[in-house]
Design a protein around this ligand. Structure first.
Ligand code: FAD
Ligand code: DHB
Length: 411
């Protein structure tokens, strides 16, 4: 029967990044992905990377194209009450964010893994995880018309919100926290120059709009829409008209339109499962938490989980000490809840929740306060570029009690 040290379920950004970092640290791993390589590469999602995520991608040695093609943004704009206000990230944090699509991150990671001869198995069907509450976890899957079994020390559940790993945890062993928002985001991608040099988050009486980009020739725009909206109801012309109406007049005038090359609707939700660790199974990224996209935290939060888990696993395999992996859940949850709070707050500030004009007046008052307060702007800026990381190098003696049954370190 096949064997590896870490079985990684899912080849989204979390799974690929974890796999690459483990590989660079000499830890054997196998990645199992339900979809085809083309399907994974074609999903248009996040676009803004925090500096901490960029650092981790550099550490994973997949930063070359990122550094040459990314757009570095020192600020972004808030649109409201017919005007536009710039939030100076550099001034308040000394840092900047990078505009570089999740599709590109996934491509760079996939290329790097395959070039290194990784065991990266696409089109893996009927993946199931078992035995993670004991010392001998096992993953079963079918591929190429055959059923396969994979023994491992640990399972990393990087399989997104709809994956199998979280659903395999016994009932009663976890608690979920969830909030649904009464709207979605309708997004389009178009090969037209972006309307401005930086992103614009716009609060408008008709609903939220976001102007983003992927490059100097490729724009990504979103408008808030009802949850039950159908794509067929949104021909390009309707989208561009609606977007224009939700932007400050000066911005709307500068908008360059063109045919969409992708169009999709995403629901918004906040979701956290606790804990993230069940014996030898770790939930990572969207498998463990979802945030509404306002503020671009989803992908960055997934990378932050990966950072903690790979450090913990590296320490475990190098020294046999399990403090890092024992603290994985607790350490990640502190950051996760802060990102959940920020994304909820930024969504509440910028979206239309009802027809109630009182609520809109309150939002405008808060935006007026925010843009006039150095303290409030500093708080927004530091959350947007990403909160600092806790130090994770464990220097303490090995703990006597470990939530994870101890296995001999592999060297
Ligand atoms: P995923 O990217 O979901 O990857 C999970 C992988 O696991 C997938 O490849 C999936 O096919 C695979 N998988 C699932 N089930 C199984 C199984 N049973 N067996 C094997 N493999 C399996 N974030 C932002 O910051 N900004 C955005 O604009 C933004 N837009 C988004 C739009 C949409 C429609 C969605 C769904 C998410 C968006 N996000 C956005 C969030 C961001 O894309 C995610 O946080 C990020 O993809 C998380 O990465 P992940 O690897 O944890 O999960
Ligand atoms: C993008 C998405 C976001 O949620 C966000 O806050 C900023 C940018 C994007 O897709 O480009």
């Amino acid at each position: 029967m096949a064997r590896t040290q870490v079985a990684v379920i899912g080849a989204g950004p979390s799974g690929l990044l974890l796999s690459q970092l483990l590989y660079l640290n000499g830890i054997d791993n196998v990645v199992l992905e339900r979809q085809s390589r083309e399907h994974v590469a074609g999903r248009i999602r996040a676009g803004v990377l925090e500096p901490g995520t960029v650092d981790l991608l550099l550490q994973a040695k997949v930063g070359e194209r990122l550094l040459s093609e990314r757009l570095v943004h020192d600020g972004f704009a808030l649109g409201f009450a017919g005007r536009s206000f710039r939030v100076d990230l550099k001034r308040f944090t000394g840092d900047a964010v990078s505009v570089y699509g999740q599709t590109e991150v996934t491509k760079d990671l996939t290329d790097a893994r395959l070039a290194a001869g990784a065991k990266l198995i696409f089109d893996a069907a009927e993946v199931s995880v078992e035995g993670f509450d004991g010392a001998h976890p096992m993953v079963r899957y079918s591929h190429g018309g055959r059923t396969h079994e994979l023994n491992c020390d640990f399972i990393a559940g990087c399989d997104g919100y709809h994956g199998v790993c979280r659903r395999s945890v016994p009932e009663g062993a976890s608690q979920s926290f969830e909030r649904f928002y009464p709207f979605g985001w309708l997004g389009i991608l178009a090969d037209v120059p972006p309307v401005a040099d930086e992103l614009i988050y716009s609060n408008n009486a008709r609903g939220f709009a976001l102007c983003s980009m992927r490059s100097l020739m490729r724009s990504r725009y979103y408008v808030q829409c009802p949850l039950d909206e159908k794509l067929e109801q949104w021909p390009d012309e309707r989208f561009w008209d609606e977007l224009r109406r939700r932007l400050p007049a000066q911005v709307a005038e500068a908008l360059v339109t063109g045919p969409s090359i992708e169009k999709s609707i995403a629901p918004l939700r906040s979701f956290v499962v606790e804990p993230l660790t069940f014996g030898r199974l770790f939930l990572v990224g969207d498998a463990a938490h979802i945030v509404p996209p306002t503020g671009a935290k989803g992908l960055n939060l997934a990378a932050a989980d990966v950072r903690v888990l790979f450090q913990g696993l590296t320490e475990y395999y190098r020294t046999g000490r399990s403090e890092g992996i024992d603290r994985y859940s607790e350490q990640c949850l502190r950051r996760i809840w802060k990102a959940v709070r920020f994304s909820w707050w930024f969504t509440s500030l910028t979206h239309k929740f009802s027809e109630d004009p009182f609520s809109h007046r309150l939002q405008l008052a808060e935006l007026d306060y925010l843009t006039g307060s150095e303290a409030a702007l500093a708080s927004l800026a530091e959350n947007y570029v990403g909160l600092p990381f806790e130090r994770t190098d464990c220097k303490a003696a090995p703990s006597e009690t470990s939530a994870v049954p101890t296995a001999p370190p592999h060297r």
